[in-house]
Design a binder for this molecule. Structure first.
Ligand SMILES: Cc1cc2nc3c(=O)[nH]c(=O)nc-3n(C[C@H](O)[C@H](O)[C@H](O)COP(=O)(O)O)c2cc1C
Length: 204
C-alpha cells in the first residue's frame, strides 16, 4: 500500500517513533512517505494516512490539529490511523471527567465525519534539561497536579511502536480499508468477536 505518515514534534520523541514506524512498514513491503505537518502535505491518493503528534496541554499538538482542519475534506476520503505520544498514559477520572490517557485523542476522533479506524497512545519522554524555560515551568505545574516532581523519564518503548504497526495493519485488513466516505457502510456489520474467534482458530 501507499502510506503517508504526517507528524509534528517538539523534542524529537515523536520523530523517533515515526522513523521506526516507517522502517517497520517498509520491511513489510509498503511504500511509505513521511512528511511534517509544516510542509502541509496533501493526504489525497494514499491507501492509508497515519497521523502522529505529541500531547501538549491536554491534547494532540495544535500543529497537527491545524493541518487536520485544513485537509478535513480530503481526509474524509482516506482511511486514517493515529498514535499520540504522551507521558500520562493511564489517565484518570478527575472531578467526574475523563482526563489523560486515550481521552487525549478525543479532538482527533471528533474532527471527522468518518473517524480514524484505529488509534492509540505510546509512551513519551521528558528530559527537564532539554526543555525550554517556559516548557519546564509548565511541566513542573503538570506534575504538581499529579502530586509528583518533574524528573527525567522515558516511557518510550519500541515494542509499543511495533504493536501500533501490527494492529494498524491488522485492523486495516479487517475493516479499516472501508473507513472512508462512501464505503464506511461496508464496515458497519463487522463482527469483531467472529474475527477474534477466527484468529484463535488460526493460532490453535
Ligand atoms: C509543555 C509540555 C506540555 C506537555 N503536556 C502533556 C500533557 O498534557 N499530557 C501528557 O501526557 N504529556 C504531556 N507532555 C509530555 C510530552 O507529550 C512528551 O514529552 C513527548 O515525549 C513529547 O514529544 P516530542 O519530543 O515529539 O515533542 C508535555 C510536555 C511539555 C514539554
Amino acid at each position: 500500500m501507499r502510506i503517508l505518515i504526517v507528524y509534528t514534534t517538539r523534542y524529537g520523541t515523536t520523530e523517533k517513533a515515526v522513523g521506526l514506524v516507517k522502517k517497520l512498514l517498509g520491511e513489510r513491503g509498503h511504500e511509505v512517505e513521511v512528511r511534517r505537518v509544516k510542509e502541509n502535505p496533501s493526504p489525497s491518493g494514499y491507501d492509508l494516512v497515519i497521523l502522529s503528534a505529541p500531547v501538549y496541554r491536554d491534547g494532540p499538538h495544535w500543529d497537527l490539529m491545524e493541518w487536520v482542519e485544513r485537509h478535513r475534506e480530503e481526509l474524509e476520503e482516506v482511511p486514517k490511523a493515529f498514535f499520540l505520544v504522551a507521558v500520562y498514559l493511564a489517565g484518570s477520572v478527575f472531578m467526574g471527567k475523563l482526563h489523560g490517557g486515550i481521552a487525549y485523542a478525543q479532538p482527533l476522533v471528533e474532527a471527522f465525519e468518518v473517524p480514524p479506524f484505529y488509534g492509540t497512545l505510546i509512551g513519551g519522554e521528558i528530559d527537564p534539561d532539554k526543555l525550554s524555560d517556559e516548557d519546564r515551568k509548565k511541566m513542573v505545574r503538570f506534575y504538581a497536579v499529579l502530586g509528583e516532581k518533574l524528573e527525567k523519564k522515558s516511557l518510550f518503548s519500541e515494542k509499543d511502536v511495533e504493536a501500533f504497526v501490527r494492529r494498524a495493519l491488522l485492523y486495516y485488513d479487517w475493516f479499516g480499508r472501508h473507513f472512508k466516505r462512501g464505503e464506511v457502510e461496508k464496515a458497519k456489520n463487522f463482527d469483531f468477536m467472529e474475527k477474534v474467534r477466527e484468529l484463535e482458530r488460526l493460532m490453535g
